[in-house]
Unconditional design. Sequence first.
Lengths: 315, 315
Amino acid sequence: MTGTVASPARLSKQLDDGLAAVERAMLDVTNSRVEVLRAASQHILSAGGKRIRPRLLLLTYLALGGDDVARVARPAAAIELMHTASVVHDDINDHGILRRGRPSVNAIWGRTFALLTGDFLFTAVYELMAPYQQLNVDLARAATALVEGETLQASAVKNNTFTREVYMDIIALKTAALFRAAAVIGAKMTGVGENEANELGEFGFNLGLAFQITDDILDIVADEESLGKTSGIDVHQGRGVAVALHAGNGNGSTQVIDPVEAIKRKMMEGDSIEKARAQAALLVDSAVARLSALPDSPAKQALADLALVVIQRET
Amino acid sequence: MTGTVASPARLSKQLDDGLAAVERAMLDVTNSRVEVLRAASQHILSAGGKRIRPRLLLLTYLALGGDDVARVARPAAAIELMHTASVVHDDINDHGILRRGRPSVNAIWGRTFALLTGDFLFTAVYELMAPYQQLNVDLARAATALVEGETLQASAVKNNTFTREVYMDIIALKTAALFRAAAVIGAKMTGVGENEANELGEFGFNLGLAFQITDDILDIVADEESLGKTSGIDVHQGRGVAVALHAGNGNGSTQVIDPVEAIKRKMMEGDSIEKARAQAALLVDSAVARLSALPDSPAKQALADLALVVIQRET
């Protein structure tokens, strides 16, 4: 399906409408009769967040000629809720006390309810996606990848096996797979074929890698207040991109370093952050190259802009 | 679809084949490349368990004339994995160290990996069910109910609001909803209509209530060795059926009692266990009554037998 080329003003309205529908869908599906689940879900959802995954899905859909954003609000909400569920569980394992500028669910309601709230958000994803068939296959794989990535990360920290290759593997699974699913689902909902959807999926995947590298850079350099979450935790868990760029020197070696020590050491050497930024920029370039086959449109331009924002953001 | 009436020997073989296919499906979908997820999943799965939910699904399918058990193995595996996921998370929140006669995932791999293993099992459910559409709606609702029930329970303990009504509400959500889904899905996969599927669903629902009440009785009376999980934990969490039967005296009152104290006190009064057993027996009667419209068959008989086993079991 290739719709009429929309004006920038129309795109802006469609995107706003789509994101508003996503918010409604998320609040609606988390409106549990069980008070603590409702309250904790709404606490984390109303704290905002960049909503980059729903944006990616909506813009992909619009760039491929889709024109009924209400139709894609449910899958877009499901993807954002899956991310949110992982965030809530992450804060349990990392003892994170700040998230999006607010106390984490864990900090307010305690571990038991944070665990159950994360589970509840996963089941909400499942409810939202139940009516779909093939799209569920795409999202279910991303869900598994997400949990595998988080586990690989925890294992690498525990076993002290954090190399550049492991880092890239982790962020591919825990972040980029969900970005890919967002783009693939947005594409497939316009009715395009597998090949075109996969091309957009690669755009999303590379964007996801760049996003996570940028996130890890920000985690190292940002102070707690501006980032809005407990800074240093990710560093402490050894996620730092400094490790990614230097450990093993890209040769897939068995060189194993203590992640926290490595980050500190590399930070002092001075250029690792710059190298990470350069890598993220390259990933964004290769993401944007995937858009070349698309007809020009405000939505295509917005996808390219989104990719730039991902690496240029300061929070 | 009404197949040929099978002989008891044929039923037995079909059930064995079906359960074996369920085991294969569970091992297959949890065969993660991430070692700890694979190991922890296989640890809990290979410990066995009664597999009552897959049995319920398979027997419902067979009792309604279905005759290709391989077709229902995936949904049956999904339902057992959903239960398993909740068990793994439950052991985190309850600090359970024994499960099915083995150390819990939590006890061996620690909290972080137990949390991620539970998440992984939830995503495995999602992967297994992705190809289905309407059945996903049924299972997704049960998934939400399960988490809501667990949360309601934790809230009732924390806020000291554990009455008979709350107890029945909790077990309806956390246990009976999944039993209902097992029966509904088994029924729908034979192609029967909504009404007939719902009738079987009510069978499953009542069976689930009886199952949970019996579980709670066993939790009070069984010693740790024979039960194979850390006994007393459920009592300590205030789940005891004694509370269910006596707190509030069934009048929906606001009478609030400390669950642990209440259980101990009521236990000494002596007849609460008997009353709980009687309630479970009544629920099984009303479950079995739902089977009356079914044509006689070994599978129908096996469903009725399953209902009796649920309340007569000693572990």
